[in-house]
Design a protein. Structure first.
Length: 194
């Protein structure tokens, strides 16, 4: 049958409204699945484990640089002491730990009458975790090991022996002063003559 306007009287299929079509599209899950979260956490864990050794080696390199700076400063302070006073401090002894009256004299006190004018040759600070400084009257490196010093006690510009294994050991060293740290790791060993 046809209608007056020329349209067929046949009924067409009902069309879907736009709201119903949108509702069908929104039925996809919008949250992460548990497996996706576990994968992301695992990837973050792997990346962290790869970065951890790099960070530790950077920290260790910074500590080694600080220790190298310390031994050079101690040697320079002793040389400045000799320039000021015309003699090396404690020249009658062999290898000794950097500490006690000797270190106090370099720091500006008149310990054992070694520095009567109280001239400061080296700035001293207390040690903190991962930092060098004074602990129990001794100068320690960033790992907590002590610094050792040897003098040219007979003023022939030769130190018979300096250093300790596993670090560098020198004999007949052509210096007035040699300073090194005592450490069980050769990677952490530093000295003032190399």
């Amino acid at each position: 049958m046809s209608n007056v306007r020329g349209h067929s009287s046949q009924k067409s299929a009902p069309s879907l409204s736009p709201l119903k079509t949108e509702n069908r599209k929104l039925k996809t899950p919008s949250a992460f699945a548990l497996i996706e979260l576990l994968i992301v956490i695992a990837i973050i864990g792997i990346l962290t484990s790869l970065l951890f050794p790099a960070v530790n080696s950077a920290i260790d390199a910074a500590r080694k640089a600080q220790a190298k700076n310390d031994v050079v400063q101690i040697a320079t302070a002793v040389t400045a002491y000799e320039t000021k006073h015309g003699r090396l401090p404690n020249t009658n002894s062999g290898v000794q730990t950097v500490g006690g009256d000797f270190l106090s004299a370099l720091g500006g006190s008149n310990a054992a009458a070694l520095n009567p004018r109280q001239v400061v040759f080296i700035e001293l600070q207390n040690a903190r975790k991962g930092k060098s400084g004074i602990t129990n009257g001794n100068y320690v490196d960033p790992w907590g090991g002590s610094y050792r010093i040897a003098f040219d006690h007979d003023y022939d510009n030769t130190i018979a022996s300096a250093g300790t294994a596993p670090g560098s050991v020198a004999s007949n060293l052509r210096k007035k002063v040699a300073v090194w740290n005592t450490n069980s790791s050769s990677r952490r060993a530093v000295n003032s003559w190399e």
